[in-house]
Design a protein. Structure first.
Length: 298
C-alpha cells in the first residue's frame, strides 16, 4: 500500500441553494492525496508509459506545468522512484511550487510578472522539450498524451455511479483531459448529457476571441487544446477573473468548500446552467490551501 491507493473514489455533494432553480453537484476532487484531481492523470500517464516501455526504471521524467500536474507527478514519481524535472513559472501559486519540491522534484521557473500570458505556456513547453532532447528524459507531454485523458474516465464513471442521471457537466479547460475523460465516460451511460466547457473571459479562445492575460490557473492556455475538438462540447461559458475569485470566496463562506480560482470558475458556470432549471455536475479541481499566499484569500 502507498499514497497511490488514495487516488479516486471522491465524494459528490449537492450545494444548498435555497429556492434557486436547478441543482448544482460538486465532485470533491481535493480529497485526492495531493489535493487535486491531477493525481488521476499523473498516475495514468506514468503507469501507461511503464506498461509499454516508454518509461524505464530510474529514468528521469520531465513536464511543463502550472502547478497541480507537477505536484501530482512529483507525488507519483516519488512513490515509484523516478527523478522528476519540472518547468513551471512564478505566475502560478507558490504553494504548488513548494509541493513539487517537497516531493523531491527539480523545479525550474520561467519569470512571468504579468501573470498567465499567451506567451507563457508555449515557452514552458519549449523548455520541457529542450530538456527531454538534451537529457533523454521521458517527457509526459500532457497536452498530447492520450493516457492523460484516459486517467479521468474513472472520475466520470464515479459520477454516474453516485448520481445516476444529470442534465449537464461543466469543467474548466486546460489540457481538456478531465473534461474529455469525464464526459466520454458519462455519455456512455447518458447520451443526452450536455457538455459545457468553461474558460476565462479574459482569454476566451474557445468562444472565438483572442488570447489574453488572465489569473485563473489551470486553463486558458491561449490556444485550442490539441485533444479537444469542436464536436467534444455543446457549449462554452466564459467566466471573468473577478467572478471566479468571488465565487471561490463565497463557496468557502456559504458551502464550506475551500477552493481555488478554477473551481470558482466551474461553480460560476454551474450556477448559470442550474438557473435554467437543470441538474449540473462540476468538479472541485483542487483545494484552496494551494492559494493562501496569493490575492484570492488575502
Amino acid at each position: 500500500m502507498s499514497g497511490l491507493d488514495g487516488i479516486g473514489n471522491t465524494p459528490l455533494v449537492a450545494l444548498e441553494r435555497g429556492d434557486s432553480p436547478g441543482e448544482v453537484w460538486v465532485k470533491l476532487e481535493a480529497a485526492n492525496p495531493t489535493g487535486s484531481y491531477k493525481d488521476r492523470m499523473a498516475l495514468a500517464m506514468i503507469e501507461a508509459a511503464e506498461r509499454d516501455g516508454r518509461l524505464r526504471p530510474g529514468q528521469t521524467v520531465v513536464e511543463y506545468t502550472g502547478g497541480s500536474t507537477g505536484s501530482s507527478l512529483a507525488f507519483v514519481c516519488a512513490v515509484k522512484g523516478y527523478p522528476l524535472r519540472i518547468v513551471s513559472s512564478d505566475a502560478f501559486a507558490a504553494e504548488k511550487i513548494r509541493t513539487m519540491r517537497a516531493f523531491g522534484a527539480n523545479v525550474e521557473l520561467i519569470h512571468s510578472p504579468d501573470g498567465i500570458t499567451p506567451e507563457l505556456i508555449p515557452a514552458m513547453i519549449a523548455r520541457a522539450a529542450e530538456i527531454a532532447a538534451e537529457t533523454g528524459a521521458f517527457w509526459t507531454d500532457q497536452f498530447h498524451n492520450t493516457d492523460m485523458t484516459d486517467g479521468y474516465r474513472r472520475m466520470g464513471e464515479e459520477i454516474i455511479e453516485q448520481i445516476k442521471t444529470v442534465d449537464a457537466f461543466c469543467g474548466y479547460v486546460g489540457t481538456a483531459g478531465a473534461f474529455l475523460g469525464a464526459t466520454r465516460a458519462m455519455r456512455a451511460h447518458q447520451k443526452d448529457l450536455r457538455r459545457v466547457a468553461v474558460e476565462p473571459a479574459e482569454s476566451a479562445v474557445l468562444s472565438g476571441h483572442a488570447a489574453g492575460t488572465h489569473h485563473i490557473e489551470g486553463g486558458g492556455i491561449g490556444y485550442w487544446p490539441p485533444q479537444l475538438k469542436e464536436t467534444d462540447l455543446d457549449e462554452v461559458i466564459a467566466v471573468s477573473d473577478s467572478e471566479a475569485f468571488e465565487t471561490a470566496r463565497q463557496a468557502a463562506r456559504r458551502h464550506g468548500i475551500f477552493i481555488g480560482p478554477s473551481t470558482g470558475a466551474n461553480l460560476a458556470a454551474a450556477e448559470k446552467i442550474a438557473a435554467r432549471g437543470q441538474k449540473v455536475v462540476t468538479v472541485q479541481v483542487d483545494s484552496g490551501l494551494k492559494y493562501l499566499s496569493g490575492s484570492l484569500y488575502a
